[in-house]
Design a protein around this ligand. Structure first.
Ligand SMILES: [Zn+2]
Ligand SMILES: [Zn+2]
Ligand SMILES: [Zn+2]
Length: 147
C-alpha cells in the first residue's frame, strides 16, 4: 500500500505530466476518482469534495482533465455524467478509451472494462470510423453476489 504522501506525489506527477498546475481542487478530484474502481459521477464528486470546492471550480477541473486526456466521460443509465481515468495512451484531444463500458442496472455503477477486446466492425464502403463506443448494460459481479 502506498502511503498518503506517496499518493499525493503521484497525483502531483500526473498533473505535471499533463502540464497542469498543481492545485488543491485538482488534487482532490484526482484522489477521489483514483479511489474507486468504478466511474465517479459529478454529483458524487460534489458530495465528497463539495465543501472545499464550488461547482464552477469542479466543472473547470473536470473539463481540463477531460481535455488533457486524464479522464473520460461516460453517461450512466440516468444520463448523469460519470468520469473514469483514461488509459495511458490518451493525450490532449486524442482519447483512446475504446473499451466496453458496463453499466449495472442494479447499482448504476459504470465500469471500464479495459481488458475486453472490442469486436471488429465492418463498414460499408466509403465509411470510416473515428471512434467506437460500446455500452453494455447488465448486472455487475458485486450485485450478482448479493442475490
Ligand atoms: Zn481518454
Ligand atoms: Zn451493480
Ligand atoms: Zn472507460
Amino acid at each position: 500500500m502506498a502511503t498518503t504522501e506517496e499518493k499525493a506525489k503521484t497525483f502531483e506527477n500526473i498533473l505535471r505530466k499533463h502540464s497542469l498546475k498543481v492545485t488543491h481542487p485538482r488534487l482532490a478530484v484526482l484522489a477521489k476518482i483514483f479511489s474507486k474502481d468504478t466511474a465517479t459521477s459529478q454529483p458524487e464528486l460534489e458530495k465528497s469534495i463539495g465543501d472545499d470546492i464550488d461547482r464552477v471550480t469542479l466543472y473547470r477541473v473536470l473539463s481540463a482533465f477531460e481535455e488533457k486526456g486524464i479522464i473520460h466521460k461516460i453517461f450512466d443509465l440516468h444520463g448523469t455524467a460519470t468520469y473514469a481515468l483514461c488509459s495511458t495512451t490518451c493525450t490532449v484531444h486524442q482519447h483512446h478509451d475504446e473499451h466496453v463500458h458496463f453499466t449495472c442496472s442494479v447499482c448504476n455503477s459504470v465500469y471500464c472494462l479495459q481488458e475486453i477486446q472490442l469486436p471488429e466492425i465492418s463498414l460499408p464502403s466509403g465509411f470510416s470510423i473515428q471512434q467506437v463506443a460500446v455500452n453494455a448494460i447488465g448486472i455487475c459481479n458485486k450485485c450478482r453476489n448479493l442475490r
